[in-house]
Design a protein around this ligand. Structure first.
Ligand SMILES: NC(=O)c1ccc[n+]([C@@H]2O[C@H](COP(=O)([O-])OP(=O)(O)OC[C@H]3O[C@@H](n4cnc5c(N)ncnc54)[C@H](OP(=O)(O)O)[C@@H]3O)[C@@H](O)[C@H]2O)c1
Length: 376
């Protein structure tokens, strides 16, 4: 199921705290950074905070700039992004500013929490999601029922921790503030628990007055049928690589990436790479990996088009090359049409040998883009 792009946004002290334990909210960002946050807010469909942040900070979570709000309205969007909070208990102050400022509000909660919140008279669309709140179900609800494609999560630590641990965060925007809190009772950005091993990818650092913004993307592929945010990033990269292919009237333009379980890239390739007129993307990528590399057994191959099951150009189709390499997980955007090979079913070949094949149709149009000349 497609999910919103989930952007975690936070400011932390040098010792990793989100706040202190005083009654007032600790201001970690600088004025220019608050303006940057305002710009990010204006760019998203919804902003989410946990109930703990509403209790601690009583935030309004508005787009402050009138020009940015006007631009949203001119683009046919609501003046303010949807405001979303999550609570299991439903114990929320109905007088909090969250409910009485900005545009629409949604409370995602449990059945029990919904009863409590309604009894308290919380002014929001109260949505019960069962006996417990499952994050994937919550994100599916926002995507499918509320049309949320980009979701900004502004804390607090409990919410950030869960979304990162459950590998549902697409991006982390972290602002490091030059001060120390030093109070072990203060809330931390990320709590203890099971995180995926491996390194995030640093995609930007920016000095903003005296704070530093860093942006990271997750890298660790999912396992089996379980899709992570990193799967979507790698598949998007495969689609970008497809754009590099020398055009052909007799073969698809495809991109592929081979990624180890810890999120490190083992190789990438694209169709007809390096002057080889018949090489396929997966073939080009796998040829760059040492066949003895033990990481292949738990690696994922991302391919913009489903790996081929039969081909005229060479004896071994890509589905076989992938299986022979020991890879048992493939993520693709587009099932092979009958353009060159009728009834091609690379996914079936892979699945028959025990490989997990995940198709993310939301990337199909991107995978097709460099192949438009083959249509019709
Ligand atoms: N520096 C920053 O950028 C920044 C940003 C935001 C917040 N903060 C700080 O962070 C602190 C608050 O963080 P926090 O960790 O205490 O609270 P939080 O993450 O904002 O909210 C936690 C609450 O959200 C609800 N919740 C979380 N996961 C849930 C799930 N899976 N199912 C159902 N409900 C769920 C629960 O509410 P119920 O208890 O109602 O069930 C839980 O107690 C504050 O001190 C605030 O100042 C800092």
């Amino acid at each position: 199921m497609p999910l919103p792009y989930v952007l975690l946004s936070a400011a932390v002290s040098l010792d990793g705290y989100l706040d202190d334990t005083g009654p007032e909210r600790l201001l970690l960002s600088s004025p220019a950074d608050f303006d940057r946050v305002d710009d990010v807010r204006a760019s998203v469909d919804a902003i989410l905070v946990g109930a703990g942040t509403i209790r601690a900070d009583d935030p309004r979570l508005l787009v402050s700039s009138a020009a940015r709000r006007a631009a949203r309205t001119a683009a046919g969007k609501a003046e303010y992004p949807l405001k979303v909070t999550v609570s299991a208990t439903g114990e929320l102050d109905p007088g909090a500013r969250f409910w009485h400022t900005g545009g629409e509000k949604v409370l995602l909660t449990t059945d029990e929490g919904a009863r409590r919140a309604r009894a308290l008279g919380v002014a929001a669309d109260v949505v019960p999601l069962g006996a417990v709140l499952d994050w994937r179900a919550a994100l599916e609800y926002l995507h499918d029922r509320r049309g949320v494609r980009r979701l900004m999560v502004e804390g607090g630590g409990t919410v950030h921790t869960q979304l990162l641990q459950q590998e549902l965060a697409d991006e982390l925007q972290l602002v490091l503030a030059p001060l120390l809190v030093g109070d072990p009772d203060a809330p931390r950005l990320f709590g203890p628990g099971a995180y995926r091993r491996g390194r995030l990818r640093l995609v930007e650092t920016r000095r903003i007055e005296d704070v530093v913004l860093t942006r990271y993307l997750p890298t660790a592929p999912g396992t089996g049928d379980r899709v992570t945010a990193a799967d979507r990033h790698w598949l998007a990269l495969a689609c970008e690589l497809a754009e590099l292919c020398p055009p052909s009237r007799t073969a698809f333009s495809v991109g592929a990436v081979v990624v180890a379980a810890d999120g490190s890239e083992l190789a990438r390739g694209y169709s007809r790479e390096g002057g080889d007129a018949v090489v396929h993307a997966e073939e080009a990528a796998l040829a760059k990996v040492d066949p003895a590399d033990a990481r292949l057994a738990t690696a994922t191959v991302y391919s913009s088009l489903e790996p081929c099951a039969r081909r005229a150009s060479r004896p071994a189709p890509c589905a076989s090359l992938i299986l022979d390499a020991g890879v048992r997980r493939v993520v693709t955007a587009w099932r092979e049409p009958d353009t060159f090979v009728p009834g091609a079913d690379g996914s079936g070949v892979l699945a028959a040998q025990g490989a997990a094949v995940v198709v993310l149709p939301e990337y199909e149009e991107r995978a097709k883009a460099p192949n438009r000349h083959l249509e019709g």
